[in-house]
Design a protein around this ligand. Structure first.
Ligand SMILES: [Zn+2]
Length: 185
């Protein structure tokens, strides 16, 4: 398995002015391919940052050519579809507290298992809010009562169960919180 140290050694010539080289493990192959191609079209390449932000790869360097910009953009898009922990196909989503992370199903479940019940229940409401618009606690409660969990993905099930197991007043409080945080139209 490729390590960050190996990448740093391989491209050290281009990383002299780099102050943040912290790509997550799952994206090291994407970074390797990108840097390999970049140095071909940008012989004077100097990289200043390679990091993760909002579950996406960010690369800052002195590249000038359209080809280089295209390569960087393609790698950033690919990272958005690749689990940042293991490199398997992933989905970019809120993994609690508004932190966007790109994870495969297995690592998503592992991540949310560390959240408490309230946080999980809130993620469930946020998830539903993204699919079905609702404007009041009653409206959400109505939709929830008619909700059919059989079509729910394996990954969302722990979120659903956390919400379902809450007492009625705790549910209402969470729905209100999510409603208040949504941007007003
Ligand atoms: Zn993974």
């Amino acid at each position: 398995m490729l390590t960050i140290e190996q990448l740093e050694e391989k491209y050290n010539k281009y990383l002299i002015d780099c102050f943040d080289f912290s790509p997550p493990q799952g994206w090291l192959n994407i970074v390797d391919t990108l840097l390999y191609e970049l140095v071909i079209c940008e012989p004077k390449l100097s990289i200043s940052q390679v990091k993760e932000k909002f579950g996406q790869l960010r690369v800052h360097c002195n590249a000038q050519s359209q080809i280089a910009f295209g390569l960087i953009e393609a790698a950033e898009i690919e990272s958005n579809l690749t689990c940042q922990v293991c490199g398997e196909p992933g989905v970019n989503r809120n993994c609690g507290g508004g932190w966007y992370t790109t994870l495969c199903g297995k690592h998503f479940i592992e991540r949310i298992s560390k959240l408490n019940t309230k946080e999980k229940a809130k993620m469930f409401v946020e998830h539903i809010a993204n699919c079905i618009p609702f404007s009041s606690v009653n409206e959400f409660t109505c939709s929830f009562n008619n909700f059919d969990p059989s079509g729910m993905t394996h990954e969302c099930r722990p979120l659903y169960e956390s919400f379902r197991n809450l007492a009625c007043d705790n549910r209402q409080r969470i729905i209100k919180e999510v409603l208040e945080r949504r941007p007003k139209e």
